[in-house]
Design a binder for this molecule. Structure first.
Ligand SMILES: [Zn+2]
Ligand SMILES: [Zn+2]
Length: 248
């Protein structure tokens, strides 16, 4: 519910604010199809998959461990919001390696930042994201997974926000305060830039990039976004490899 409400609020803002509306509506029909498919996969198909197939897989392989992880609900929240977030940091860095880049590059083809590009990706590449599996496993293991699931929703809501431009100006004090803890839309915008894609790999927290020397948060925003791609829609959705490789 929280994620859906966040999506609706940010979608309304995107369509109400002149500049963001112009930018969002300037995308081609093909990009609408790509972005809509991504949102359906990440917002509907993956959660269903996690609660049925992935959960069922663990229930079949490890039936004796169901509900055996008895931790305080606050710790369950931390486990997801901080623990899984750190795993994702390294997962995202791996997706930028030569070996895996093709499976992630489509996310970097968006020419503007807005809510609708949040889940732009090759459809099956969600299966390479660590939290899809780890979250399924931990929901299975936890005795009381409610706050763990709340942290999943918060993470997904922040992901939507991070792709918008609805935030404080990068030179403002408020941005400084937010960025002390979170990866804000300003830092993620640089991750989508042509020059600094190897910076700001984090999702929720900025500490991981700060710790590992990949943090980049200047007082201005990038002027251009997105890498060039000569892949057609079908290849972007299903087979982002040869013959038309996405340019790195
Ligand atoms: Zn990336
Ligand atoms: Zn992104």
């Amino acid at each position: 519910m929280m994620v859906f409400a966040t999506f609706l609020i940010l979608a309304a803002l995107t369509l109400l604010v002149g500049e963001s509306r112009r930018s969002a509506l300037s995308r081609k029909g093909e990009d609408w199809a790509l972005d809509a498919a991504g949102l359906i996969i990440q917002g509907i198909v993956i959660p269903i998959l996690q609660t049925t197939l992935i959960y069922g897989l663990f229930a079949m392989l490890l039936p004796q461990l169901k509900g055996t992880l008895d931790v305080h609900p606050a710790l369950a929240f931390v486990l997801n919001f901080i623990g899984v977030d750190y795993l994702y940091y390294w997962n995202h860095r791996l997706l930028h390696s030569t070996t895996f880049w093709d499976t992630h590059a489509v996310h970097h083809t968006a020419k503007q930042m807005d809510l609708f590009i949040t889940s732009r990706n090759t459809l099956w590449s969600s299966l390479l994201i660590v939290y899809v599996w780890v979250n399924g496993l931990l929901i299975f293991l936890l005795k009381d997974p409610r706050l763990f699931i709340l942290a999943i929703s918060l993470t997904a809501s922040l992901d939507l926000w991070r792709h918008t431009s609805f935030t404080f100006k990068p030179q403002s004090r408020w941005h400084g305060l937010f960025a002390l803890v979170l990866i804000t839309p300003n830092e993620h915008a640089w991750h989508h830039s042509r020059t600094k894609a190897n910076k700001n790999f984090g999702a929720n927290l900025s500490i991981w990039d700060r710790l590992h020397g990949t943090y980049f948060s200047p007082t201005q925003l990038p002027e251009t976004f997105g890498i060039a791609s000569d892949l057609n829609l079908t290849r972007k959705l299903f087979f982002p490899f040869t013959p038309g490789k996405v340019a790195n």
